[in-house]
Design a protein around this ligand. Structure first.
Ligand SMILES: Cc1cc2nc3c(=O)[nH]c(=O)nc-3n(C[C@H](O)[C@H](O)[C@H](O)COP(=O)(O)OP(=O)(O)OC[C@H]3O[C@@H](n4cnc5c(N)ncnc54)[C@H](O)[C@@H]3O)c2cc1C
Length: 555
C-alpha cells in the first residue's frame, strides 16, 4: 500500500496511461532510442562507474597499475585468512580429479560434464547447495532458435551491448552453443514456457534485436538450477558434495599448476585441504560488496571470493572497472529494497515513467543506459518520487502489462513478482512499482579463453566469476546462458586436462609472495580476504563487541 502522497503521483501515471497504451498498441516506437552520442553523454554523467573515486589504480598483482573499481581494489590489496605454515600439504584431507568451487548453475554444469567425461569430482560450496544467484534468476535465458533469428544476430547484440569490449572467441562460443544449451536443459527436464501451438515462448530483452528470451514464468533461474542440482545429486558415485565449506585459498604445485584449495568449515571452524588435478572456480559475483553504497539483488554469498583467490594465485582480471546496476530494483516497500524487478516486466510492456507520469526513456535500452537515465531523472531533473525512508525512485507502470497482454497476464507470466509485492499490499496488476538501479552483476572477472582456461595451468573459471564474455555490460538472459555454455566447457576441458596432469609438491608459496607485496604498502593486518560473508555489523556495535569478554554484543 502506497502512502497518500505517493498516490498523488500515481494519479499522474494513471492520467497518462491511456495515451501510452495507445502508442504501445500502435506498434510505433514508444520513445526515441538514444544515439551513440547520447548514450555516451548519459553514461559519462550519470553511471556510477564514471563517478570520481569509482575507480583507482590497483598496486599489487597481475593487473598492477590498472584502474579498477575502488572497492574491488581494496578487497584485493589484503592479507590471506590463513597462515600457510599451518598446513601440511603432504597429507591432504581429500583428493580428486576435478575440484569445483561454487554450487550455482555454472558449478553444477561443470560438475555434470566433468563426471560425464569420467572425472571424480568434489563440489564444494560456501552455503547450502543451490544458495546462489543462479537460483534467484527471474526473467530468462537467451538463445537464437526462432526462424527469424540466428547466432550471428545474437552475436552482434552481445557485442554491441558490451560496448565492443567482449572477447570475440567467448561471444562466438556463447551464441554458437546456445541452442544446444537450451536443448540440454529441456532434455534434463527444464520446463520452458511455450505458446499454445507448442513453439517456444520468447520475449525481447534490453538491447536485443529479436525476441530470444526463453523463460519459465519469472523464476527461470530456479527452474534451471533445481534441475541441474538434482542431476548432480543423481551422481553420488562421481560427485562428492561438501556444503558450508568455502574455499579460502588455492593450492599450487611446484610447477606453478593450480592443484586444489584450502577450505574453511563454517560449522566447526576447521580447515581442510583438497588436492585436485584441475580446479574450476564458479563462485559467482560481487553484489554483496555494495559498491558505492548501492543495494543489491545478489544472494548472501556473492562476495567475490573467487576473484580474490584467483588473483592472489596469479590469474588476470578483465574489465574489473565495470559494474552492472540493474535499472529496476525495488525501492518501496523498504523491506525489499534492492530486490530485482525483472526486465521481463519491461519486455511485456511495463513502462518507466517519472513523477509526472511521463515516459522519459525507451524502456528497453541496454541496462547501463537505462539505469543511467533513471539516475538522471531522479537527480539532475528532479523527477523522482521520494519514499518515506528518504530514497527516490521512478514508477514502473506494470498495469500496462495486463492492458497490453490481456487480463491475467501478470499472474500467468510474472507470478513471483505478483506475490512478492502482494505481501506488502501492492497489487502490481493495478498499481505501478517504484524502482531505482540496484547493484546486480559483475561484468568483468577472471580472464578465460573459450576452453575456460586461465593463464594458470589447472585453473578454470566459469560463470559470473569469469570476465570477457559480456564486455563491459551484460545483456539480460546472457548470464543464465553463459553458466550453461561455459560451465559445460569448463567441466569438459578441465577433465581432459586432469587426465594428463601429474602434480608436483603442493605449496601455498604464492600467499607469502602476495603478502610481501601487500606489506610494502603498509596495509593494516586486519584487512583479510576472501570476505566469505558480508559484514553488516555497524562500527559502533563492533566497538562494543571488542570490549565484551565473551563473543556477542553488549547492549
Ligand atoms: C535476482 C537475480 C536475478 C537474475 N536474473 C537473471 C536472468 O533472468 N537472466 C540472466 O541471464 N541472468 C540473471 N541473473 C544473473 C545470473 O543469475 C547470475 O549471474 C548467475 O546465476 C551466476 O551464476 P554462477 O553459477 O556464476 O554464480 P552463483 O549462482 O552465484 O553461484 C556461486 C556459488 O558459489 C558459492 N561460493 C561463493 N564463494 C565461495 C567460496 N569461497 N567457496 C565455495 N563456494 C563459494 C556461492 O555460495 C554459490 O553457491 C540474475 C541475478 C540475480 C541476483
Amino acid at each position: 500500500m502506497y502512502p497518500e502522497y505517493m498516490q498523488e503521483s500515481i494519479k499522474n501515471v494513471e492520467r497518462t496511461r491511456p495515451a501510452r497504451l495507445k502508442l504501445a498498441k500502435s506498434g510505433k516506437q514508444l520513445f526515441p532510442r538514444m544515439s551513440a552520442e547520447e548514450r555516451d553523454v548519459v553514461l559519462n554523467k550519470f553511471h556510477p562507474d564514471y563517478k570520481t573515486n569509482a575507480r583507482r589504480e590497483i598496486r599489487i598483482g597481475p593487473n598492477k597499475g590498472e584502474r579498477i573499481t575502488t572497492k574491488v581494489a581494496e578487497l584485493l590489496e589484503t592479507y590471506s585468512r590463513i597462515n600457510p605454515a599451518d598446513f601440511d600439504l603432504s597429507h591432504p584431507d581429500y583428493e580428486t580429479d576435478v575440484l569445483v568451487i561454487g554450487a550455482g548453475s555454472a558449478g553444477f554444469s561443470a560438475s555434470i560434464l566433468a563426471s560425464e567425461n569420467g572425472a571424480d569430482v568434489i563440489l564444494v560450496t560456501k552455503l547450502r547447495v543451490g544458495d546462489s544467484n543462479s537460483m534467484m534468476a527471474q526473467g530468462g535465458i537467451q538463445a537464437a532458435v526462432r526462424p527469424d533469428d540466428s547466432p550471428v544476430l545474437h552475436y552482434l547484440d552481445v557485442i554491441g551491448g558490451g560496448h565492443f569490449d567482449n572477447k570475440p572467441e567467448l561471444v562466438n562460443a556463447l551464441v554458437s552453443d546456445a541452442p544446444d544449451a537450451i536443448k540440454w536443459l529441456q532434455d534434463m527436464g527444464v520446463m520452458f514456457d511455450r505458446n499454445p501451438d507448442g513453439t517456444m515462448f520468447t520475449k525481447s530483452g534490453g538491447g536485443t534485436c529479436r525476441p530470444r528470451m526463453h523463460s519459465a514464468r519469472d523464476y527461470t533461474g530456479a527452474a534451471i538450477c533445481r534441475t541441474l542440482r538434482d542431476e548432480v545429486y543423481n551422481r553420488p558415485d562421481k560427485i562428492k558434495i561438501l556444503e558450508h565449506q568455502p574455499a579460502v585459498e588455492l593450492i599450487k604445485d611446484s610447477d606453478g599448476r593450480v592443484a586444489g584449495a584450502v577450505l574453511y568449515h563454517l560449522e566447526n571452524k576447521e580447515y581442510f585441504t583438497v588436492k585436485a588435478k584441475a580446479t574450476i572456480l564458479s563462485t559467482g559475483g560481487f553484489g554483496r560488496l555494495h559498491i558505492q553504497g548501492f543495494e543489491t539483488t545478489n544472494h548472501y554469498g556473492a562476495t567475490a571470493d573467487g576473484l580474490v583467490m584467483g588473483y592472489r594465485a596469479g590469474a588476470n582480471l578483465l574489465y574489473m572497472d565495470s559494474v552492472q546496476y540493474h535499472p529496476t530494483g525495488a525501492v518501496y516497500p523498504l523491506q525489499i529494497m534492492g530486490f530485482l524487478c525483472t526486465e521481463k516486466l519491461r519486455g511485456m510492456g511495463a513502462q518507466p515513467v517519472n513523477k509526472n507520469g511521463e515516459l522519459f526513456v525507451y524502456p528497453l535500452e541496454p541496462r547501463d543506459i537505462e539505469a543511467s537515465s533513471f539516475i538522471r531523472e531522479c537527480t539532475e531533473r528532479g523527477n523522482g518520487i521520494k519514499t518515506p525512508s528518504g530514497n527516490v525512485g521512478i514508477w514502473l507502470d506494470t498495469p500496462l502489462i495486463e492492458q497490453i497482454n490481456g487480463e491475467g497476464a501478470i499472474k500467468e507470466n510474472l507470478p513471483a513478482m505478483l506475490r512478492q509485492f502482494g505481501r506488502f499490499d501492492v497489487d502490481i496488476t493495478k498499481e505501478p512499482m517504484l524502482v531505482y538501479p540496484t547493484l546486480h552483476y559483475q561484468n568483468g572477472g577472471i580472464e578465460i579463453n573459450d576452453h575456460c582456461e586461465t593463464k594458470l595451468p589447472g585453473l578454470y573459471v566459469a560463470g559470473e566469476a569469469s570476465g570477457g564474455v559480456h564486455g563491459r555490460n551484460r545483456l539480460m538472459g546472457n548470464s543464465q546462458l553463459d553458466l550453461i555454455v561455459f560451465g559445460r566447457r569448463a567441466g569438459k576441458y578441465a577433465t581432459e586436462y586432469a587426465k594428463g596432469a601429474k602434480l608436483g609438491k603442493l605449496n601455498l608459496d604464492h600467499v607469502y609472495e602476495y603478502e610481501k607485496e601487500v606489506e610494502k604498502f603498509g596495509i593494516d593486518r586486519k584487512n583479510i580476504s576472501p570476505m566469505v560473508l558480508p559484514d553488516y555489523i555497524p562500527e559502533a556495535v563492533k566497538k562494543r563487541q571488542y570490549t565484551a569478554h565473551y563473543e556477542g554484543t553488549l547492549r
